[in-house]
Design a protein around this ligand. Sequence first.
Ligand code: MN
Length: 231
Amino acid sequence: MALIGITVCRKLEDYKQAILHVGGEVRIVDPSMSVEDALKGVDGLMLTGGDDVAPSRYGEPAHETVVEAEPGRDEFEIALVNAARARALPLFAICRGVQVLNVACGGTLVQDIPSQVRGALPHSLKVPPNEPYSLAHEVWLDKDTLLSQLMCERLSDADACEVNSRHHQAVKDVAHGFKVSATAPDGVIEAIEDPTARFCLGVQWHPENFWRTGEFRPLFEAFVEASSRQA
Ligand code: MN
């Protein structure tokens, strides 16, 4: 049985259910804990959604649309990423999570897609709270990536899939050692991964919202499975 540390956020339930439904156990970790305590006995780390990473973390002044996350979250989550990677723990990062992962590893972010990406699709969908799985746009999966390999289990043609989308930022400069594993048709980076890690994947959409119907179940299964294996 794998114990998955999940970073606290405002919409925890679907993240928890997505892990529980593939046989993982859950510990919610929050900035009141030390990184040491948060990761004690944890087999894998999941980074969740939320507001923006402070642009000072990647050396830029803040765009006027930036809404910073709860105090302490950036510092805690960046330290968690570094500690988890130092321990070779499997890491699955979602929405704000992929942005934290990229910044923690030295990358940068597009601070505001609508004003900074020419011809951008709508990525920041306002959907009713009971319909978080409403589909927004397609993503194109890069071949020879973990993401495309895993999605092959669900899709006959694993080159593309439809995703939900509730973000106004995205990965800009990809952190050293990572590669892009999915892109939206407007060029916005939708997923990155570290090909040298056991499991280190970040996606910009919200696969956890689909835990009832299983569209992205292979991602959670592979994450928990990687976390169950002996390092
Ligand atoms: Mn999107």
